[in-house]
Design a protein around this ligand. Sequence first.
Ligand code: GLC
Length: 472
Amino acid sequence: MKVLICASEGAPFAKTGGLADVIGALPKALKANGCDVRVIMPFYKRIKDMNVAYYQGYAYVRIGNSMQYLGVFHSIYEGIDFYFIDSDMYFNRDQFYGYGDDGERFAFFDFAVLEAIKVVNFMPDLIHCNDWQTGLIPYVLKTNYHQYPEFNRIKTVFSIHNIQYQGIFPMDMMSILYMPYSSSLEFGGCINFMKTAIMEADSITTVSPTYRNEVLTDYYGYKLNNILGLRYFNFMGIINGIDVDKYNPETDKHIFKNYSLKNYVEGKKANKKALLEEFGLDPNEDVPLFGLVSRLVVQKGIELLMPVIDDVIINSNAKFILMGSGDKIYEDFFRQLEARYPNRFKCYIGYSDPVAQKIYAGCDIFLMPSKFEPCGLGQMIAMRYGSLPLVRETGGLKDTVIPYNQFTGEGTGFSFTNFNAYDFKEVMYLAIYLYNNDKEAWNKLVKQAMEKDYSWNNSALTYLELYNNLVR
Ligand code: GLC
């Protein structure tokens, strides 16, 4: 089985969010199960500057009235072949997204991927597209490449990592795109890349079974729920894994002290103490420490923290260490909290892998009150490091965190159902109470969280089964 995975980002080359982690880890698990898998993504300036990719050849695609050059570069990372689409015009820039011509840039990418296949002489059985930036590929394959038998037989899978971002552009973009018009492309009077992919891919997936059901509803579907309904029987949810080699408390070089199931109680204590010290807090490791590592955007439910965190800080002994960047309103809110409670609350505005890993290892409770969460990786990383996630029951959070049951002692974390700050607060108090008053129950939850399997293997097998069903 030969599979080409396409995406706009992939770790360790380019990362803004969880998509990059998936593109960095899933191929390894597919390969371990016998799949010949390769990845293709844009050659951003940042990747160019790494100086790890070698020139393979070139091609042209038509955009508007000109033929646009694309170079193809190649690199091998942890045994996986990565191809990069070079374009001085579209990708040699500091940021990956956020430009006025993003629609044109990723349309170009989609056309370029299909030409790059010829350049590198890797004819896949299946192309696995991810998120809107790759959304035109299934359509262009069916239309422009229809008459080439070796292309005509290629199957396509489209994975939705976040339905909120759809790639919506004015209809007049059609005039520069060299492809026929079809109603598949149009939604609400605009070109919609994600809708196109949902209509045209052979199979659609998203990154958890619960999110799969949620996006079929008005609340979660961001207007595409009825379109997804048309593909109901070709739409499945497959839960993401995490990179269990990178996120391993036993070997992680970034954390203060390595630990495993054998010595997790002392191990976590040592990490908490050092983390508190590093952030300039009193290193008393006997109080509950909340952690959060997140993009600070509406999706992540930071607004639920705003009305209740003062209450929690004033009426309990808990401390907070939070990290992330994003919308100014949330960044300002964090900075003000830090000024208000310098001995209880610290934030790191920005993102750093080593600091994130220290927070995963050092905190007791990891917060993810998301409004929606297609899968979420933070909660799985937290559990692997023995930090108990406190999550809202949505998407992948619901599928991966088993809520604490005070009668049976079952659980790997805490959860609440409604998107409501007071429900959230109650569960924060429950976690604080348990931490302060029942260490035995607490440590049992930590153990249960650390024992679970978060590797990619099972999900990779499910993807392979899907690929095989399509290609057969
Ligand atoms: C997006 C989603 C997140 C998911 C990730 C990888 O970032 O917001 O929930 O884990 O994609 O699929």
